[in-house]
Design a protein around this ligand. Sequence first.
Ligand SMILES: C[S@@+](CC[C@H](N)C(=O)[O-])C[C@H]1O[C@@H](n2cnc3c(N)ncnc32)[C@H](O)[C@@H]1O
Length: 299
Amino acid sequence: MPKPIAQQSRKNSRGAPARRKKRSVLSRELTVGCLFSAIGGFAAAFEQAGVTTLWANEKDPFAVKTFRLNFPGISCVHKPIERLSAAGDDLQPVDILTAGFPCQPFSIAGNKRGFDDERGVVFLEIIRLLGEFGQNKPKILLLENVANFRSHDEGRTFRRVQQEIQQAGYWFTAANAQILNTATHTDIPQNRARIFMVAMSCDHFARNSFRFPPEPRNPKVKSVWSFVDRRKKPGEWYYFSEESQYHRPFADAIEEFGRDSIYQLRRTYVRENKSGLCFTLMANMGEGWRPPALSSGSV
Ligand SMILES: C[S@@+](CC[C@H](N)C(=O)[O-])C[C@H]1O[C@@H](n2cnc3c(N)ncnc32)[C@H](O)[C@@H]1O
């Protein structure tokens, strides 16, 4: 049974189990609220940095269930953001607000309808909530989306986002957005480039002082195999049967390039990822759409 991300043992003042936390280097404890929280990626990162997550919001029932298992002490409001309200849902003011808002309308893999797609306009719900917090609005916004977000619709989408954020009272220019790759900035062996956008409240910061840190010179990425236990055999469901049309192309590729590579089915062939990194993991891979494939040792 995997351990929850925020492993618990003690109880806090609310009677909920206390979360283990690194000592913060900051003069007082900072707090974060996570919109579009999914299973808690941002919450986990901020916990590790010593920042307390006060609440989260997510509409997908399975993601909410997983978030609550990962963070039993944190309230995750289960409803679409369109129905979320600061007062009605008792959202306490936070220092930092995160929002990895839906990327499908902006992704090169999606329909690219942007703000013409109902999933695109949910961005405006973030702006609505900022207004609801009034004087207590977050000091910092951290937004995340697909790498091509800035060039979507010839830059019109980004300009609209910039304008909305500025009108909400935040410093935000093109310098506040940068594409970061997981394999460059973490030890996780996944090639995942995403745009991160950081806006700072004009009420709290006299100028736009945020700058992204320089890229690490020698990123120390772990091997994919440090996450996989080859001694444990997964269920048959995870394998291509010999009757499968995919069995032969994968078997041939593994025969040619070896058992330690990562493979992915492209339109007409199986591709080996030579970098040793996992291909970008997508939500729809869970529905059988070309997930990365590994060899358990015996082809
Ligand atoms: C890209 S994921 C966010 C990843 C997350 N930031 C993290 O820390 O790992 C987007 C999430 O937004 C959720 N979502 C999409 N539309 C929503 C809506 N209208 N209201 C609330 N959540 C929504 C999806 O279910 C999905 O889990």
